[in-house]
Design a protein around this ligand. Structure first.
Ligand code: C2E
Ligand code: C2E
Length: 88
């Protein structure tokens, strides 16, 4: 086990995502843009995505979903509250 738990509620900060270098966040930024396009939702400052999408993204980033959660919190793309409490 990595010790890191995956987020259960994934709310991406789109403004923060745009500020980060493409070589870091490229795949995530493209994924988010695709979901926005599929929903026809371009107005939000945040984008909620499926738990299932976190697992797909983790494969793309070659991390566990828990490790990717920590990375996204570290980048400021997810708020620290996205980290599930140990009591969950
Ligand atoms: P779909 O999966 O067949 O979902 C059809 C519609 O059901 C969605 O239209 C949305 O109105 C509703 N819906 C499905 N799941 C949820 C949910 O968990 N919460 C809410 N609030 N509504 C839900 P919408 O939003 O226009 O999306 C169109 C299509 O775009 C979806 O068809 C799906 O294929 C894709 N899509 C949209 N958002 C996501 C996403 O976050 N992840 C993935 N993997 N695909 C998405
Ligand atoms: P939410 O709309 O509050 O939905 C919470 C959870 O309820 C979803 O978690 C999913 O497990 C279940 N759920 C809600 N609507 C549907 C549905 O139509 N079909 C199925 N099979 N399950 C449903 P999940 O998948 O992790 O999604 C988290 C959040 O991501 C959703 O919260 C919603 O804000 C967003 N989302 C996911 N898929 C879509 C989508 O297709 N369209 C839109 N507009 N938002 C979506």
């Amino acid at each position: 086990p990595s010790g890191a738990e995956p987020a259960t509620k994934i709310v991406i900060n789109l403004e923060r995502l745009q500020q980060l270098p493409a070589e870091k966040v490229g795949p995530l930024a493209r994924y988010a843009a695709t979901i926005q396009s599929q929903r026809g939702d371009y107005n939000g400052k945040v984008l909620s995505i499926r738990t299932e999408d976190l697992r797909s993204l983790a494969i793309i980033y070659d991390m566990t979903p828990g490790e990717l959660t920590e990375q996204l919190i570290d980048w400021g793309v997810l708020p620290p509250e996205a980290r599930p409490s140990k009591e969950d």
